[in-house]
Design a protein around this ligand. Structure first.
Ligand code: NAD
Length: 515
């Protein structure tokens, strides 16, 4: 018997039971205020620590999806008729409903996703923050008065779309769920959200807790299933008025074309190949831990991962030596251990992809600075798990696959530059544009370089700090549209311009009017 898998099964079943999702097949959908089992094919979830089965659930399928859209349509009408302050108060009341259940939610996420428990606890905290932030916006989403010529009074309103469809990935299931749910409902919409088929449960729990604590029934619906079944049914549903997608660029293209074919707008939050630039005058005591956190946090399964380290040629040996010394100290281990900094990759396909990209890089001439294999210190029962050591490669040229493609794993490539111009050109020499960073003690240079990076988020002497208050999104193939901040809220509204005649006698004329 594999003891680690038995412990994981107990952890999963206890937490499913705690949230009343347990049944012969887990109740993996939240539709119109009720839990439902799916109606489609079986989906097996494997334990990232052991590669053994954890549970099986059923794909929601198109009929349940349709029921979710109908419920959302009805709930949205009622939700929109509330005052803005009432909506804000209900959002605050609803998020308070998660209180006391944080640890169970974190445990449920950790066992399914393989994420270290301490990261899952932090993610639950982000869920709370996002709802509190957008609850505060409900009664501050003001319209505008436009000083038009003539006798008309013209004002602009922010109108919700109606029912929005959201699709999220497996690397940050709770974060991405709350990230999109909160602004959508704050703006007056209802939602049907499909999480990744690999991490189905925590979004259901969040929706259930929120609705049972104050949000109207049917306002948030979670349907679980595969991309080409339930996901496609959602993107093609005629009553979905906007699509918001968080995931890979290849799926993003399918979603954008499905949206375009119905003339429905979309927001795409996609992958990246972000550059982390260390100048010779950087404080290496900060830059080295910064470079490690940038790539090895979440085992590199982070959209903003700083996967390309560009280092001034005069210090590249020093930086590589320091990384070789420091990386083996990253605590790689079981997700359930509170000390673990890096757990396994989430799934078998990703594990295979990352290992094959490392092998290809070595074949292409890259040199291993550190890592590249399976961590030694793991228990025997985890020997088939999806673990990869923190890996650093040098002697990498910009056109190698490892330098161009998103790895989405704990793999850092280090490349030299000789001038500021070359650093900028290398950093921007990618079809992505999600994030980047500059490490330098020369403030003028740091800003100058930051402003020239074609990336949606840029850090100076830092990495990975994000806030729901500040807009986030991509350039290029990292996507379009913005999430977080006011920009993230505005994505969920359409502007309506209203014209009121103030003159006693009508000024309506043939042609294009008086303006
Ligand atoms: P993915 O594209 O494989 O899947 C994402 C979601 O899309 C899943 O729910 C999946 O079922 C669904 N899906 C796939 N094809 C579909 C289709 N044709 N129609 C409808 N739905 C479909 O991505 P993933 O592997 O789950 O996630 C990793 C990717 O997500 C990485 O590229 C990462 O950088 C990106 N990501 C981006 C951000 C961001 O904010 N920019 C955040 C997290 C992850």
């Amino acid at each position: 018997m594999n003891t680690l898998n038995q412990t994981a099964l107990n952890q999963l079943n206890n937490n499913l039971e705690y949230f009343k999702l347990n049944a012969a097949s887990p109740l993996s959908n939240w539709v119109n205020g009720k839990l439902y089992a799916g109606q489609g094919e079986n989906i097996s979830l494997l334990n990232p620590v052991t590669n053994l089965e954890l549970t099986v659930y059923s794909d929601a399928g198109p009929n349940l999806l349709d029921k979710a859209v109908k419920a959302a349509q009805e709930a949205q009408v009622k939700w929109q008729s509330l005052t803005a302050s009432q909506r804000g108060r209900l959002m605050l009341q609803a998020i308070a409903g998660l209180q006391g259940h944080e640890e169970q939610l974190a445990q449920l996420e950790s066992v399914v996703s393989g994420k270290p428990i301490r990261d899952c606890r932090a993610e639950v905290e982000k869920v709370r923050e996002m709802f509190e932030y957008y609850a505060g916006w409900c009664d501050k989403l003001h319209g505008q008065v436009i000083p038009v010529a003539g006798s008309h009074f013209n004002y602009v309103r922010h109108v919700p779309y109606g029912v929005v469809g959201q699709i999220t990935p497996w690397n940050a299931p709770m974060f991405t769920c709350a990230w999109q749910l909160a602004p959508a409902i704050a703006a007056g919409n209802a939602v049907v959200l499909k999480p990744s088929e690999l991490t189905p449960f925590t979004s259901v729990v969040i929706a259930k807790c929120l609705e049972q604590s104050g949000l109207p029934t049917g306002l948030i619906n979670i349907v679980n299933g595969l991309g080409h079944t339930t996901g496609a049914a959602l993107t093609n549903h005629p009553n979905i008025a906007k699509l918001v997608f968080v995931g890979s660029p290849s799926s993003g293209k399918s979603i954008a074309s499905a949206a375009a074919s119905r003339l429905v707008p979309s927001v795409l939050e996609l992958g990246g190949k972000s550059a982390n630039i260390i100048f010779a005058d950087a404080n290496l005591n900060n830059a080295i831990p910064g470079a490690q956190a940038a790539i090895f946090g979440a085992a590199g399964q982070s959209c903003v991962a700083g996967s390309r380290l560009l280092v001034h040629e005069s210090i590249i040996d020093t930086v590589c030596n320091k990384l070789a010394d420091a990386c083996p100290n990253i605590k790689t281990g079981l997700p359930s251990d509170p000390q673990t900094q890096m757990g396994p990759l989430q799934n078998a396909a990703q594990f295979k992809k990352v290992n094959s990209m490392i092998a290809q890089a070595l074949e292409d001439g890259a040199i291993l600075v550190t890592g590249g294999g399976f961590p030694q210190e793991l228990p025997k029962d985890a020997s088939n798990g999806y673990f990869i050591e923190p890996t650093v490669l040098r002697n990498v040229s910009p056109n190698m696959q490892i330098a161009c493609e998103e790895v989405f794993g704990p793999v850092l490539v280090v490349m030299p530059f000789s001038s500021e111009e070359q650093a900028i050109s290398l950093a921007n020499g990618t079809r992505y544009g999600l994030a980047g960073a500059v490490w330098s003690q020369d403030t003028a240079r740091a800003h100058r370089v930051a402003h020239q990076l074609r990336a949606g988020t840029v850090w100076i002497n830092s990495y990975k700090t994000i806030s729901v208050m500040s807009p986030f999104g991509g350039f290029g193939e990292s996507g379009y549209g913005r999430s977080s901040g006011l920009a993230g809220l505005q994505e969920y509204t359409i502007q309506q311009s209203v014209w009121v005649e103030t003159a006693e006698e009508s000024t309506v004329a043939m042609g294009y009017g008086a303006g």
